[in-house]
Design a binder for this molecule. Structure first.
Ligand code: BEZ
Length: 255
């Protein structure tokens, strides 16, 4: 049986800790999801006695069908920020920086909910090994799905650029990749959301697991997401707010 190569999306730790044996890396986005630190982690950034928090994605359909998510959407995705503020050096923001973009959750379309990340191509000769590696690394409630990843920039491709040349383009002419993605769906046992931002920040500020401090994961991810796009479109208000809150709590605990 011949095994083909595959693409895998990183929207969490895979952004700053790539899988082994990848030969192409691209930046870009998926639509129709929000990214939240609502997956409990007892094997990476916490312990069974004191679980930390890691990211998962919640799809538009679940958001629309469950009123419990609506307040959180109103805080972040139902608002947008001016580009110039996003790319300012300070990155501090106030309520007045926000402009409402959509008022009705029922009117949201996938295009309103964009999550920036990266995608890696794993060649056929390493496909089985890397899939097994990811299945182990990302256990704790995550399941494998397929979604379209829209490419913004090809970061590394080396001698494998022919793989890029053969990819399809969407209606807007952007390269689009049918990619694997790990998601902790809202019915998995480790899903804790919706959780107030301050509560999540408190858990993150105090959690440590076999992979290190929870706050280092949040900080690494937030900085990596900022750098995905030069004009700041990739900046994620939820991550920025969460990191600022968790850092403040950490500095109070360790002055
Ligand atoms: C990631 O994108 O890094 C990721 C997030 C959740 C599960 C697996 C991978």
């Amino acid at each position: 049986m011949s095994i083909s190569g595959f693409w895998v999306i990183g929207y969490g730790s895979l952004i700053f800790k790539p899988p082994p044996h990848y030969v192409i890396k691209v930046t870009g986005s998926i639509t129709g999801f929000i990214r939240r630190f609502w997956q409990s982690s007892s094997d990476h950034r916490g312990t069974p006695e004191s679980p930390g928090r890691v990211v998962t994605l919640v799809p538009l359909e679940d958001l629309q069908n469950n009123p419990k998510f609506h307040d959180d959407l109103s805080l972040y995705e139902l608002k947008s920020k001016t580009r110039s503020e996003f790319s300012s050096a300070s990155r501090s923001f106030s309520e007045t920086d926000f402009i409402p973009v959509v008022h009705e959750i029922s009117h949201l379309t996938p295009q309103h909910l964009k999550v920036w990340g990266v995608a890696y191509y794993i060649p056929p000769e390493h496909a089985t090994e890397v899939r097994e590696y990811l299945d182990v690394r990302e256990q704790d409630g995550y399941t494998l799905h397929q979604v379209d990843f829209v490419v913004d920039q090809v970061v590394e491709s080396g001698i494998h650029s022919h793989v890029i040349d053969n990819l399809r383009r969407n209606g807007q002419g952007n390269i689009t990749i049918d990619s694997a993605i790990y998601i902790g769906t809202i019915d998995n046992g480790s899903f804790v959301g919706p959780e107030a931002l301050h509560d999540t920040a408190e858990v993150i500020a105090q959690s440590v697991g076999p992979s290190g401090r929870n706050i280092d994961y949040l900080s690494g991810l937030t900085h990596a997401v900022r750098s995905l796009q030069v004009d700041g479109e990739a900046a994620d208000l939820y991550l920025e707010d969460l990191l600022a809150t968790a850092e403040e709590l950490t500095s109070k605990t360790n002055p």
